[in-house]
Design a protein around this ligand. Sequence first.
Ligand code: NAP
Length: 405
Amino acid sequence: MAAMMGVRVSSGARSARSGHSRVSRSSRPSRVSVVASSAGHLSSSDLTFKGKPASSTCVVVLGPTGYIGKYTTRELIARGYDVVAISRSKSGIGGAGDEQKVRDDLPGATVVFGDATDKDSLKKAFQDIGKPVDAVVCCLASRTGGVEDSWLVDYQATRNGLDVGLEFGMSHYVLLSAICVQKPDLVFQKAKLKFEQELVDASSASDGKLTYSIVRPTAFFKSLAGQVEVVRGGGPYVMFGNGELCACKPISERDLAAFISNGVDDETYYNKILPIGGPGEALTPKQQGAILFEKFGIEKPFYVTPPIQIMDVVIKGLDAVAGWFPENKSLEDAAEFGKIGRYYAAESMLVLDETTGDYDANATPSFGNDTLEAFFEAAVKDPEVLKAQALGDQAVFGVGKGEEV
Ligand SMILES: NC(=O)c1ccc[n+]([C@@H]2O[C@H](COP(=O)([O-])OP(=O)(O)OC[C@H]3O[C@@H](n4cnc5c(N)ncnc54)[C@H](OP(=O)(O)O)[C@@H]3O)[C@@H](O)[C@H]2O)c1
């Protein structure tokens, strides 16, 4: 396993003039700064990729229709790159989006259709681009976390992106991974980790020709937003144990898109594994619940705190049933979903200190400006804010499933 080489990255202060966030990309004398608009878009005329102007740098995005992929694609376009989005013909949550929706969602991108899980189809998509590719940004992920789908997408499709990209001239690969691969108990984590290692190995064997940036974020806002509507409706905030079993530094999709895009144009991000969280202190579920009740003005918070062992009992049952019917893949997936739920109820999304085995909030770098508190405040005032936070098939027990907007 590649050694974790985390960097501390500060996104800098708000610009007094524009109220926009300044993403400072320091350390080389020639480095430029780019200014993010409140919509997360950047304008810059002099960004470069390995010495080439952004406008003549072809960046392919795989998974451009996902929660993070969409923002990342828009961010790269705003930075002036020549962006190609490779999408399935039916995309989005439940495959509800058609080809026109992808084009409408990603103005400024060249959209090419193909299936990243099928190498020949992906090759055809790269051929359709009609020019060499400089970088690939991979935001692919299984939409379910199921066993076969994780190997198919988090490993195989992601690997196809590397192999096919190299055939078409790619010299840099940015991978959206996850901080939880540090402790790989789940199938999707093992699939991601396998590819991470292969990417590092391919770079090592390339004599400097292939570089990479592996981005391992902590929790997304969408993963923490599921209980907003429950609390609005007078329901409880559910957290396991004492509400302090796990913690994270939530990062917004806008801030993460900026960080991933830095992985393209900032060489200080190259050949590194980059754990990354949002601004501020780490938050436990109990603290997140307290913020939410406070934003709703609820003076007597209503918590439900089942013991984590309940999940162990459920998982044991699901595992047993899946074992009786090994050919039934949906039972195998159901057991895996139970494990996913338990994992996130108990494990922190923070850097893991390998020597002590403890999670370390201070060692988890922060980036960006969007806080969970501000997000909850906005969601409390306007439920529409939650529409962009749909979990789709990643929703556990249907909480936060939502519909894509
Ligand atoms: N949720 C969290 O809090 C969290 C925290 C840290 C890291 N992460 C990691 O972040 C990553 C991305 O998350 P996300 O929420 O942006 O994912 P997402 O919204 O589910 O998007 C997944 C993307 O992958 C594509 N995809 C899925 N299955 C495919 C298939 N069979 N063939 C081709 N394309 C396929 C989707 O395309 P379609 O639109 O065509 O389906 C979509 O573009 C995941 O790896 C996750 O582990 C998540």
